[in-house]
Design a protein around this ligand. Structure first.
Ligand code: ACO
Length: 327
């Protein structure tokens, strides 16, 4: 079977307007703007108002990606939503998005791969295009993490924010995806987990009293893993794509901590303006961080058609992944 080439036709994003600054957090927990900025690089984050769900942000991002791609909802034949904060466990958030878009010709499902979710979903979406099964694929990374944060736990609640980013994929002449390198190590699953609410620890009065429905993270261990894996997986993906670090125009990394991003930037000897950063304004938006950063770089005119881009993620699972993209 001859495979087609797949590429990114359009990109979009959506952020809730409400801003919570580090100074606002000083009023609710024992923390400081100085601690958060120096340890993480975050100054503020966005959070949704009551009544706004992951599917709402996902739909808004999808509409702007559909517009940028010059297509319409009826032409979309697959919707993949990468999320760790779905509207409901059942059905998938992708099905809510399908209905909200009126994308009546699309099949729809979610993918869960922690903060690597968008890169994983991109690999699946591009495979559907390459096989010729789909012509217009929406890949969305969307999160409402604010509803899964323990706002009494200063070690996690300062880190995350809400948002969504989306791309439309379709067949193109020149290869848009040069390599995907993806991995997982489930033996480290407990480093980053929402323990309650699944079949392992079903919801009960006790799990609620124990605050088991919130994100728990071993920050230090995750940090060491992230620094190591981000450099390694980017290097492996570049080599597998037949490229060197000198060919790279932009690094669009997952935005978990500015110090993690800086270590990758130094490893690849990239000038600061070649690394797309938005953690200062949005915190860690898990699956949404990479597509939102990608959209901002494109919309601002920094990232141009033809640029070679590495999208690199890591997160709960633990999972990791890099995509080498010719935009
Ligand atoms: N304000 C003030 N002090 C704090 C805060 C806070 N918000 N949070 C923790 N502290 C304190 C701790 O209690 C600790 O105090 P102690 O020494 O008296 O015990 C001290 O600060 C140092 O804590 P550490 O956890 O060692 O701080 P560290 O420098 O490791 O930074 C951080 C913590 C920012 C969480 C870092 O470890 C990190 O970024 N980890 C990686 C996160 C990540 O990559 N996540 C993966 C993706 S997420 C996903 O997949 C959904």
């Amino acid at each position: 079977m001859k495979l087609l080439e797949a590429g990114i036709l359009g990109v979009g994003s959506a952020l809730p307007p409400k801003i919570i600054t580090n100074f606002d957090l000083e009023n609710i927990i024992d923390t400081s703007d100085e601690w958060i900025r120096t340890r993480t690089g975050i100054s503020e984050r966005r959070v949704v108002e009551e009544g706004v769900y992951t599917s709402d942000l996902a739909t808004q991002a999808a509409l702007s990606a559909i517009d940028a791609a010059g297509t319409c909802a009826e032409e979309i034949d697959l919707i993949i939503v990468a999320t760790v904060t779905p509207d409901t466990f059942m059905p998938s958030t992708a099905c809510f998005v399908q209905a909200k878009l009126g994308a009546k010709n699309a099949m729809a499902f979610d993918m869960s791969a922690g903060c690597t979710g968008f890169v994983y979903a991109l690999s699946v979406g591009s495979a559907y295009v390459r096989m010729g099964t789909c012509k217009r694929v929406l890949v969305i990374g969307a999160e409402v993490l604010s509803k899964f944060l323990d706002w009494q736990d200063r070690t996690t609640c300062v880190l995350f924010g809400d948002g969504a980013g989306a791309v439309v994929l379709g067949p193109v002449e020149q290869p848009g995806f040069l390599n995907f390198t993806l991995g997982a190590d489930g033996s480290m699953a407990d480093l980053l987990v929402i323990p309650g609410g699944g079949s392992r620890l079903p919801a009960s009065a006790q799990t609620i009293a124990d605050r088991q429905h919130y994100i728990k993270m071993c920050g230090n261990e995750t940090f060491k893993f992230a620094v190591r894996v981000m450099g390694e997986v980017t290097q492996q993906a570049l080599e597998a794509a037949g490229c060197s670090k000198d060919d790279l125009d932009f690094l669009v990394p997952h935005q978990a901590n500015l110090r993690i991003i800086e270590s990758a930037r130094k490893r690849f000897n990239l000038p600061e303006d070649r690394v797309v950063i938005n953690i200062d304004r949005y915190g860690n938006m898990s699956s949404a961080s990479i597509p939102v950063a990608l959209d901002e770089a494109i919309t601002s005119g920094r990232l141009q058609r033809g640029d070679l881009v590495a999208l690199v993620g890591f997160g709960a699972g633990l999972t990791w992944g890099a995509a080498i993209v010719r935009y």
